[in-house]
Design a protein around this ligand. Structure first.
Ligand code: CTP
Ligand code: MG
Length: 225
């Protein structure tokens, strides 16, 4: 089974308020992107990697991959306006004969090979896709524009989902081709919209998506532990 990874790293990282795009924000003295790149390079599951870079940063991505000895990186392409646009561009670089595409946010540096295994495995059991999810532990409210609570949402069957998300390659290609795809915040929602069956597997709290400077500090602590 040929598994390709698309690393979405093209975001601006506005909420991080760094001088550089988030993928090049410093985590323990190296670009944030280095962490997921190295982990995918070492993965027994992933054959090739496409990096979707912040526009203008395609070359620095290649240099970083070379510096880290990441020979699986076959392309570095400039991303698009939205995350889904970036993923679509990245998937365009995936070989036609790839069986599975794993899409991952570079903003989640602490990806593990166990997690990759967990999302790839259901695809050989007839699922179109698999995504890591965490149970919602807080009480969930729907709130109106004036701040008034509209309702309390039962949380029993709710999960928050993370990346890496794995898909049968052709299913993902079809889902990304849909007209309304650009606005999607994850790939699974596009596959779901086309009737695809996506399984939720156990996520990992350490797959935190680095959004604010505090998140970066927390990941540094986890890495040092
Ligand atoms: N992403 C992307 N292309 C975009 C927007 C986001 O590849 N046009 C990627 C980001 O690089 C990140 C992931 O999608 O790895 C999740 O996005 P998010 O956490 O929102 O990152 P940013 O968009 O960079 O951050 P912000 O929203 O604070 O600007
Ligand atoms: Mg964003």
């Amino acid at each position: 089974m040929s598994v390709w990874a698309v690393l979405a790293a093209a975001g601006r990282g506005e909420r991080l308020e760094a001088e550089r795009p988030k993928a090049f924000a410093q985590l323990r003295g190296r670009p944030l992107l280095a962490e997921s790149l190295e982990r995918f390079e070492a993965s027994g599951w992933i054959e090739s990697i496409v990096v979707v870079a912040p526009p203008g940063w395609e070359e620095p991505v290649i240099l970083l991959a070379e510096e880290l000895g990441c020979g699986k990186v076959v392309a570095s392409v400039a991303g698009g306006e939205t995350r889904a646009d970036s993923v679509r561009i990245g998937v365009g670089e995936v070989a036609a004969d790839a069986a599975v595409i794993v899409v991952h946010d570079a903003a989640r540096p602490l990806v593990s090979d166990e997690l990759v295994e967990r999302v790839v495995t259901p695809l050989s059991q007839g699922w179109d896709g698999a995504v890591p999810g965490l149970a919602v532990v807080d009480t969930v409210k729907r709130v109106g524009p004036d701040g008034a609570i509209v309702e309390t949402v039962p949380r029993g069957d709710l999960v928050v989902v993370q990346t890496p998300q794995a898909f049968v390659a052709d299913v993902l290609r079809r889902a990304l081709a849909s007209e309304s795809a650009s606005a999607a915040t994850d790939c699974a929602s596009l596959v779901e919209a086309q009737g695809g069956r996506v399984q939720v597997v156990d996520g990992d709290p350490r797959l935190l998506k680095v959004t604010s400077p505090e998140d970066l500090a927390l990941v540094e602590i986890w890495l040092a532990a």
